[in-house]
Design a protein around this ligand. Structure first.
Ligand code: UDX
Length: 440
């Protein structure tokens, strides 16, 4: 099949590359010539394990190509994916200007039947707006061409996106007509060889499914974070509680890890957008409001612990910090807890030496020439002259450090662990004062 993907961000590039990998001809469009240049030169503009290999092999095979030419892109694919950004506007609602611009371009230049697939996370009702935008363009040029609008939300986890695309748990297709449903079934056939994973529903339910999934996962995390804070005061250990409840299959093991808050490009934005949609409809989503507030507070939890240990005024203190990305295996720092933590440490006068395996360039871009932040190229190097160690992201390489050496290097033997990576008993034995999340 011939497919156009509009947007070579995280979702667009993964989708385009994986669709090419099963034999389709895919053209990826982006308005940013810089990104297209990187891709044409054999690079990728993001960090995602395994993606560069998929991109390269399909470019070499001639199945994957890139362009900035909107007209060519609209004429290329019978299936047109829209995978552009939907950043939150001031009140948290998703900003649809890029989605609608993509829709208008398709309407302006398409020359035959098109299935226009919304892959971006868009508010319920966007399918209608996309349809109207395309219809208006067709009418303006007096063209009477058939098209369908489909909602096909993505459930890709950063760091595991290629695997998630290749082996999805489910494929949600919101569509109103048989022609589009047939094409989507054909398109996704290669990704569901073992059993049927494609769920067909109406467009609005598909759009809401995406938000519901992310909001549910975010709710679990905020729930565990609240209980962790309570466990701490009570002298209980949230890690034991987690195992105690996760073993109930009705609850399950996933997304029960307490920590220093969730970040990333999806949960914070999607929870806010759903709350905003609720408001527009006259529903105050009390639970999700609380999920969001609890998470904002949780991001400062580690600093609260630092303050409890070292006092309100941190001037003259220097901290080592491990992990800047919002989670391991990505360089993404969108809404990352590290940003809030660093800003608050700086505000209180502290200086920081930070290490992250891949997100350091991203941090440089965000923090610019912040004088209180120094980057080092090895985990242990953050400890030089540090008063204490703060862990924000649970990268694998932090799992088993030399605790004796940490103790030796730190001025005060304190480890603030925002991801509960270690066994408190082991830490105690190593002579380290261990302050995790919810470990009373
Ligand atoms: C998420 C969804 O999982 C994915 O399906 C959707 O398409 C996009 O949003 P992603 O943002 O890549 O994916 O990250 P995810 O692995 O879900 O983690 C989100 C955040 O929650 C991270 O900051 C992580 O540290 C935090 N988290 C996750 C916890 O604090 N505790 C947990 O138990 C799980």
């Amino acid at each position: 099949m011939k497919i156009t993907v509009v947007g070579t961000g995280y979702v667009g590039l993964v989708s385009g590359a994986c669709l090419a990998d099963v034999g389709n001809d895919v053209l990826c469009l982006d308005v940013d010539p810089g990104k297209i240049r990187i891709l044409e030169d054999g690079g990728i503009p993001i960090h995602e394990p395994g993606l560069i290999e998929v991109v390269r092999r399909n470019v070499t095979a001639g199945r994957l190509s890139f362009t900035t030419d909107v007209e060519h892109a609209a004429r290329f694919g019978a299936i047109q994916f829209i995978a552009v950004g939907t950043p939150p506007d001031e009140d948290g609602a998703a900003d649809l200007q890029y989605v609608l611009a993509a829709a208008r371009n398709i309407g302006r230049y398409m020359d035959g039947y098109r299935v226009v697939v919304d892959k971006s996370t868009v508010p319920v009702g966007t399918g209608d707006k996309v349809r109207e935008a395309i219809a208006a363009e067709l009418q303006a040029r007096g063209a009477d061409l058939p098209f369908s609008v489909v909602s096909n939300p993505e459930f890709l986890k950063e760091g595991a996106a290629v695997e998630d695309f290749m082996r999805p748990d489910r494929i949600i297709v919101g569509a109103e007509d048989e022609r589009a449903i047939e094409l989507m079934r054909e398109l996704y056939g290669p990704f569901q060889r073992n059993h049927e994973k494609l769920l067909v529903m109406d467009v609005k339910s598909a759009e809401l499914t995406k938000y519901a999934a992310n909001a549910m996962l975010a709710t679990r995390i905020s729930f565990m974070n609240e209980l962790a804070n309570l466990a701490e005061s009570l002298g209980a250990d949230i890690e034991l509680v987690r195992q105690g409840i996760g073993s109930d299959p009705r609850i399950g093991w996933h997304f029960l890890y307490a920590g220093c808050g969730y970040g990333g490009s999806c949960f914070p934005k999607d929870v806010k957008a759903l709350v905003s949609t609720g408001r527009d409809q006259g529903h105050e989503l009390l639970l999700l409001n609380a999920v969001e507030q609890a998470n904002e507070a949780q991001k400062l939890r580690l600093v609260d612990k630092v303050v409890a240990r070292f006092g309100e005024d941190l001037s003259g203190l220097h901290f080592g910090l491990w992990g800047l990305a919002f989670k391991p295996n990505t360089d993404d720092m969108r809404d990352a807890p590290s940003r809030v933590i660093l800003a608050e440490l700086f505000r209180r006068g502290a200086t920081v030496a930070a290490y992250d395996p891949v997100a350091m360039n991203e941090a440089r871009r965000i923090f610019g020439d912040e004088a209180r932040l120094r980057y080092v190229d090895r985990p242990m190097a953050v400890l030089d002259g540090a008063d204490a160690l703060i862990i924000v992201t649970e990268w694998k390489e932090f799992r088993s450090p030399d605790f004796a050496r940490i103790r030796e290097l730190l001025r005060h033997p304190v480890v603030f662990d925002g991801r509960n990576m270690y066994d408190p008993v082991v830490m105690k034995r190593a002579g380290l004062e261990y302050r995790g999340i919810g470990r009373g």
